[in-house]
Design a protein around this ligand. Structure first.
Ligand SMILES: C[S@@+](CC[C@H](N)C(=O)[O-])C[C@H]1O[C@@H](n2cnc3c(N)ncnc32)[C@H](O)[C@@H]1O
Length: 277
């Protein structure tokens, strides 16, 4: 499997609005069959605050196994070092892997969770196929994901500049797979059902947003930037300056003053899906 261009930004701010995630779990966890000790998989970590402060405390604590996977080896190594005391196992796994799921992982998990990871992936079909294969025959999942990735909106603007066009061309027509393919309830249901996952809940909330300081928002922007790997070293500083400038003025971002502090808001229109095999 080819290594992914993913960075190590462990300890970063969560992309998620943690209060929103908490509300979603409180509203929908009862739709999962959580009544007996079970094996759980969380897909995509990085910030860990969502995992340890929001999801885990709301789950029954008598689980048999809690596994967290991420496609970034650096993130996984960092997590293993920093959360060694936790009753959670961190593994390196690419949920989009076209070679599918390894035999020891097949039909292993009763519950899958994922927060704001689907929206940064490109192969939704393979992702859902792999998710299906990871689940036990009566397994279920709760996924939360953003309808679009603001880094890609930034590339669309930057690609209008001939200097960046050659590097960003491949992203410039991008309207996130998620938004295009599963931006409406009907499409979500069709996608999941096509992969033999029956939707129990599909909720789309266009009013979700998250507040950051400017520094935190730039940290998030840096994490989301996958195009930087295509930029020649000699142009990288210039590209980054332009990327930050443009990110802060994308449609998804707005700035205001709250309690005398400069605050930056990022829109995170969010899809929540609870589905069963
Ligand atoms: C935006 S972060 C999710 C943040 C976290 N769940 C939260 O709510 O704050 C996306 C995470 O997905 C991981 N990721 C990206 N592509 C992946 C893939 N194909 N398989 C598994 N993890 C992936 C990234 O390394 C990153 O840690």
């Amino acid at each position: 499997m080819a290594p992914k261009n993913l960075k190590h930004i462990s300890g970063t701010k969560s992309l998620a609005n943690l209060e929103y995630n908490a509300k979603i779990y409180e509203k929908y966890l009862s739709h999962l069959n959580l009544s007996h000790p079970s094996k759980i998989l969380n897909i995509g970590c990085v910030s860990f605050s969502e995992l340890f402060e929001v999801l885990l405390p709301r789950l029954p604590q008598e689980y048999d196994e809690f596994v967290v996977c991420d496609a970034s080896e650096k993130v996984v190594d960092w997590a293993k070092k920093n959360y060694s005391q936790e009753r959670v196992k961190f593994i390196h796994m690419d949920i989009e892997d076209s070679e599918g799921i390894s035999p020891d992982m097949k039909s292993r998990f009763d519950h899958l969770f994922s927060s704001y990871t689907l929206g940064v992936l490109s192969d939704l079909k393979q992702t859902l196929k792999n998710a299906h294969d990871l689940m036990t025959p009566d397994g279920d999942l709760l996924f939360l994901f953003a309808k679009y990735d603001p880094a890609f909106c930034t590339y669309q603007e930057m690609a209008k500049n001939p200097k960046w066009f050659p590097y960003l061309k491949k992203y410039s027509n991008y309207s996130s797979t998620v938004e295009k393919e599963i931006g409406t309830k009907e499409k979500v249901i069709k996608w999941f059902e096509h992969l033999r996952l029956k939707c129990v809940v599909v909720s789309i909330d266009d009013n979700v947003s998250c507040q950051y300081t400017k520094e935190d928002l730039i940290e998030i922007a840096n994490f989301l930037d996958v195009a930087e790997y295509d930029i020649p070293e000699s142009d990288l500083a210039c590209y980054k300056a332009e990327y930050h400038r443009q990110f802060l003025i994308t449609e998804a971002v707005s700035q205001h003053v709250e309690n005398g502090e400069d605050t930056w808001k990022l829109k995170l229109p969010t899809v929540t899906v609870v589905a069963k095999k």
